[in-house]
Design a protein around this ligand. Structure first.
Ligand code: PEP
Ligand code: MN
Length: 340
């Protein structure tokens, strides 16, 4: 951390910064220039230290971080790529893993038709929400436990593991009984109580990016899960809110190579929630694979026109099947594959 003193800072104020740093067991390097003094604070934990501790001291002009606030999710902490394994399916390896299914579990028939379609097209994980985080309390909130039971039944019937969202700390145990992978949604990325609860369980987890969060905040949220002892963390880029309103969110394609550089965790992409419309999904999905995503989370509905939610962004089974063929070609062109 670098503390830049004001030009007018007195020797006493510089000493105040040095004393505060020493009280925190940090090493100090003083750079006394002709105009002003710069204090470099050195220590292994400066990334986790609040910069406000120094910003508040008299005579301080600015405090700049050098270390990132996240630790366990960083490449410095673990150089090798982490692999997350679900029933023998590895996420973070050469294979680009596709998770697909409806936004929400609506009925037995809907889920069975979706599962059959996505499995036949080559998806290896079935998605479907039983607990839905909705902007309005008057919107369909999901089938809740009845939805989890349907997910379990259909998962067994078609021999396909399931990813489903958990929205409340009190439901972590319940949802992890039914799901192979828990999903923490965009709106809950910084729900620290939920992160702590999921960190304590040993179920793999997809951590979606908060739509108003930086990559640094996202990786720091992942640290909550890792610090709790849950090492099976998969990041999911799903678009952020920008001034651009021609798609539902702006997919930050840059985040994929940035994550690969900064973190050892696998990262997948959800093109559906970024797009908001089915016509945009294939191009975004292909771009994600080309950019190095380890997997995709795609909404597919047997009959999008009848969907209770997110029908506009859901692919039909035939569009999804066509897309899977295209994705396989993109994956192969960069030395990866979709279909074994
Ligand atoms: C979802 O995957 O159904 C979902 C609600 O996504 P997000 O949290 O990214 O909005
Ligand atoms: Mn959805």
């Amino acid at each position: 951390m670098i503390v830049e003193m004001r030009k007018s800072a007195t020797q006493e104020e510089v000493d105040g910064v040095v004393q505060r740093a020493k009280s925190l067991k940090l090493n100090v390097q003083l750079n006394v220039g002709t105009d002003k003094t710069v204090v470099a604070l050195l220590g292994s934990n400066t990334g986790q230290l609040s910069s406000g501790i120094f910003a508040v001291l008299p005579g301080v002009a600015s405090v700049t971080r050098i270390m990132k606030p996240y630790k366990l999710a960083s490449r410095e902490f673990k150089a090798m790529d982490s692999l997350v394994s679900i029933n023998g399916i590895e996420i973070g390896g050469e294979r680009v893993v596709v998770m697909a299914g409806p936004c929400a579990v609506e009925s037995e028939e809907q889920l069975k038709n979706a599962a059959r379609a996505v499995k036949n097209a080559g998806a290896s994980i079935l998605r479907g929400g039983a607990f839905k985080p909705r902007t309005s309390p008057f919107s369909f909130q999901g089938l809740e436990e009845a939805g989890l039971e349907l997910l379990e039944e259909v998962s067994k019937l078609y021999d396909i593991p399931v990813v489903t969202e958990v929205v409340d700390t009190h439901e972590v145990e319940l949802v992890s009984k039914y799901a192979a992978i828990l999903q923490i949604g965009s709106r809950n990325m910084q729900n620290f109580a939920l992160l702590n609860a999921v960190g304590k369980c040993r179920c793999p987890v997809v951590l979606k990016r908060g739509f108003a969060c930086t990559i640094t905040e996202w990786l720091t949220a992942a640290d909550y899960l890792l610090a709790g002892g849950n090492s099976q963390v998969i990041l999911c880029e799903r678009g952020i809110r920008t001034f651009e309103d021609s798609a539902r969110f702006s997919l930050d394609i840059c985040s994929i190579p940035v994550i690969k550089k900064s973190s050892h965790l696998p990262v997948i992409v959800d093109p559906s929630h970024a797009a908001g419309h089915y016509s945009l999904v294939p191009a975004i999905a292909r771009a994600a694979v080309a950019a190095g995503a380890d997997g995709l989370l795609i909404e597919v509905h047997p009959n999008p026109r009848e969907a209770l939610m997110d029908g506009a962004q859901s692919l039909t089974p035939s569009d999804f099947t066509r897309l899977m063929g295209e994705l396989d070609k993109v994956a192969k062109s960069i030395g990866r594959y979709i279909q074994p």
